[in-house]
Every structure is written in structure tokens, then in C-alpha cells.
Design a protein around this ligand. Structure first.
Ligand SMILES: *Cc1c(COP(=O)(O)O)cnc(C)c1O
Length: 403
């Protein structure tokens, strides 16, 4: 740190020059992110309330009441009238809280407890298992790329403290058979958590648009908690993840009493203390501003872009879309070219997709609201050029990539 302060003007100039290294949603080249530019309206609200701290809700009773309303509105999207929960830093923290809550429900004194997740589960479950010293059992997927229910059934043991289902997987946007998982959870009295971090603000609106969306939420009695993130398709500012519990009974054993707060004694089941109230107020405002119709219109546009992409991908030789997309997330691969090389070449041209080191490897595109049709055209143009230049892989490489 230097001795003397620097004047505002110089600092702003410096910031501008450093941030020149950032990518920009408007370029359309961020094709692999589940986040997007928040609504302008939300940004304005967010920046007006930076001092609100929900780690001490007694001081900010108005903000706190808005959080309860946000949770109840999201619970309502997920078919619960008794929902409780928190807006936290993101899907990762929401999943950590869910697994901690599940563990506290169970006979958690054993040190060999297990969680059962689909192999498509987000890395946050590895973090949860690591932090809580749980074994994590990853179940294979079926031909639809959702979790194999028989495998989950076989993995259940007296050591199981939670089963996780996914409604909108990170790599392909697929939805597990939550009804079947719920039946298993009830039969064995095991906590079921549904990770709908991305899908939570997509699936209800797809249904409204007439898409065939299976029930994946609190409609199924076995579901005890759901992750749903406003900072993805909710169009909210970062940080805004949501953890929603079916009702207060679920959280019962997970509260910490915090007696010393300036606003008075409160209990909390979050991992962090100080929490952004601005995120809550901005999320509240966006949900009110857009309503179901507003979100449906946004999801509709994203799906139109997704469907256009799928149609056009047919014309690119050697590239295959993994499965018909369920939402605005598309995974593709190749049995002709090295997928890692395709990713490298795309990056060289400024494209940022997600690469998943699975069998087969997956390149993932997410059609967020900042991706427009002309961006898709630019992308396809570059992808075609790249594949035309690449040397096809040998039979053995092909085998290694696709098994
Ligand atoms: C994005 C995502 C997460 C993680 O959310 P963060 O906000 O990045 O912590 C977890 N699960 C799923 C299914 C996701 O799509």
C-alpha cells in the first residue's frame, strides 16, 4: 500500500484500464456462463442499499421482511406455501447449507456418512462432502443423461444422510426423475435435496409456455429443500443464491443462536454471518417488476435462440448435440475431432464456453438473455471454420474420447 492517497480521477482511469482485460456480456462471446447482465433497474436498486446487512436482521427489519417475501414468492414458484429459507451468496452456499441441514437431521455422529448424488452434480457437493467429511457416491446417468434411479436405490445404505436430485444440470440442463427420488427418500426416511440453481427460474416458465416439464419441486413430499438462484436466470445482481426449505421443521436442528447482535438475539442457519441486504431488495424488485409474464417472455426468447442454434448445428460436420435440450443449456461433442482442441481454437477466437471432461467430453453453451441470434451466427461461422481446419482424430483417439 502506498503512503499517500490517490485522487478519484486517477483511480477511475486506472480501474477503466485494468477492466479492459475483462470480457463483456454485450460482446456475445460469453457463451458458457449461467450468469448474465442483471436488469438495469436491479442494478440501480442494488447500489442504493449497499449498507443493509442481513447478518443482523434486527437492525434491518424492513429488508428482512423483504427477504421473507422473496423466499415465499420463490417457494410459491416451487409449490410450497410454508417455505422458509435465505438468500445467500450463490448455489454453492445454498447446497452447502442443504447438506449440513440433511446431516443434522440424521444420525450424524458416525464418521462414515454418505451423500448420494448424480454424476452430473455440481462441484459444490464435492465441497460439501469435503467440508463435512462425508463420502460422496456418484451415480451413473441413464441414456437421457438424468440419474439412473436403480443405481441410486442400490447406493442407499444406513450411512446415507442425503440424496440429491438435479433439476437443470450444469452441463446439459437435464432434470432427474424427482418423483422416483422422492419415493425412495420417503421409503428410506432420507433427506432429499433438489438442486435447481439454474433451472429454478427456467422450468416454471417453460411450463407456462406450454413445454412439457415434469414435476420436480415440493409437490413431491420427499423433497425437503431446493436451491434456486436469482443471480442466474432470475436476472438478479451477484450475489444472490436461494436456499428454500419445505417448512420450518426441516431447518429445526440447524439453527445457531446469535445472542450478541446489535439488533438483538437472532438465530441463523446460514454459513456466513454478514449478508447482502442489497441483493435481497434488488431480487424483490425484479420479481415484482417482471412477474410470471415477464420471466416467461425472457425464457421464451432464450429458448428461441437455443432452438435456432440446435437447427444450425446440424449443418456442421463432425459436431453432435448431445441430447435435445430441456432448457437453454446445450452440450455438444464430436466423434471426429478432439473436443479439447475445438475448445482451444474457440478460445483463441475469443469464445468462452464451458468444457466438461466427461465421456464423451462436452462443450456447453448457455443461451442467456445476452446471447442474440447474430452472436449465434458469428459463433457457428467460427466453429465451422475451425472444424474445417482440424485434422480428424484416429480410431484409437476416438475410442478414448467417447467411452
Ligand atoms: C450454478 C450452479 C451451482 C452453483 O452456483 P454458484 O452460484 O456458482 O455457487 C450449483 N448447482 C447448479 C445445478 C448450478 O447450475
Amino acid at each position: 500500500m502506498q503512503e499517500d492517497g490517490i485522487c478519484e480521477e486517477k483511480i477511475l482511469k486506472k480501474i477503466n484500464s485494468i477492466l479492459g482485460n475483462d470480457m463483456d456480456y454485450a460482446s456475445g462471446k460469453i457463451l458458457g456462463s449461467m450468469c448474465t447482465k442483471p436488469l438495469q433497474f436491479a442494478n440501480k436498486i442494488y447500489s442504493a442499499y449497499l449498507d443493509k446487512n442481513l447478518g443482523d436482521p434486527g437492525l434491518w427489519l424492513g429488508t428482512w421482511s423483504m427477504e421473507r417475501e422473496v423466499i415465499s414468492m420463490m417457494g410459491n414458484l416451487l409449490h410450497s406455501n410454508e417455505a422458509v429459507g435465505y438468500l445467500v451468496t450463490g448455489g454453492t452456499e445454498a447446497n452447502l447449507i442443504a447438506i449440513r441441514t440433511a446431516r443434522n437431521h440424521s444420525n450424524y455422529f458416525k464418521n462414515d456418512n454418505e451423500i448420494i448424488v448424480p454424476s452430473s452434480a455440481h462441484a459444490s457437493f464435492d465441497k460439501a462432502a469435503d467440508l463435512m467429511r462425508l463420502n460422496i457416491i456418484k451415480c451413473p446417468l441413464n441414456e437421457e443423461y438424468s440419474v439412473d434411479i436403480e443405481a441410486v436405490k442400490e447406493a442407499i445404505s444406513p450411512r446415507t444422510i442425503a440424496i440429491v436430485g438435479i433439476a437443470g444440470s450444469t452441463s446439459l440442463g437435464t432434470v432427474d426423475d424427482i418423483k422416483a427420488l422422492s419415493d425412495l427418500a420417503i421409503d428410506h426416511n432420507i433427506y432429499l435435496h433438489v438442486d435447481s440453481a439454474f433451472g429454478g427460474f427456467v422450468l416454471p416458465f417453460l411450463r407456462q409456455l406450454g413445454y412439457n416439464v415434469p414435476d420436480y419441486d415440493f409437490i413431491h413430499e420427499g423433497v425437503r429443500s431446493i436451491t434456486i438462484d436469482p443471480h442466474k436466470m432470475g436476472l438478479g445482481p451477484i450475489p444472490a443464491g436461494g436456499i428454500i426449505f419445505r417448512n420450518t421443521d426441516v431447518v429445526g436442528k440447524s439453527y445457531f443462536e446469535i445472542p450478541y447482535l446489535a439488533g438483538g438475539h437472532f438465530r441463523q442457519a446460514t454459513i456466513v454471518g454478514t449478508r447482502s441486504g442489497a441483493s435481497v431488495i434488488a431480487t424483490w424488485a425484479i420479481i415484482k417488476y417482471l412477474g410470471r409474464k415477464g420471466y416467461s417472455a425472457i425464457v421464451k426468447k432464450c429458448m428461441q435462440t437455443t432452438e435456432y442454434f440446435i437447427e444450425q448445428m446440424e449443418y456442421i460436420d463432425g459436431i453432435e448435440v448431445i441430447r435435445k435440450p430441456v432448457m437453454n443449456v446445450v452440450g455438444f461433442t464430436s466423434n471426429k475431432f478432439n473436443v479439447r482442441k475445438i475448445d482451444k481454437e474457440l478460445r483463441r477466437k475469443g469464445w468462452a464456453l464451458g468444457y466438461f471432461n466427461t465421456k464423451p467430453p462436452i462443450l456447453r453453451a448457455v443461451f442467456m438473455p445476452h446471447i442474440k441470434k447474430n452472436h449465434v451466427d458469428n459463433f457457428l461461422h467460427d466453429l465451422e471454420k475451425i472444424t474445417k481446419k482440424l485434422v480428424p482424430i484416429s480410431a484409437s483417439e476416438k475410442l478414448a474420447q467417447s467411452i
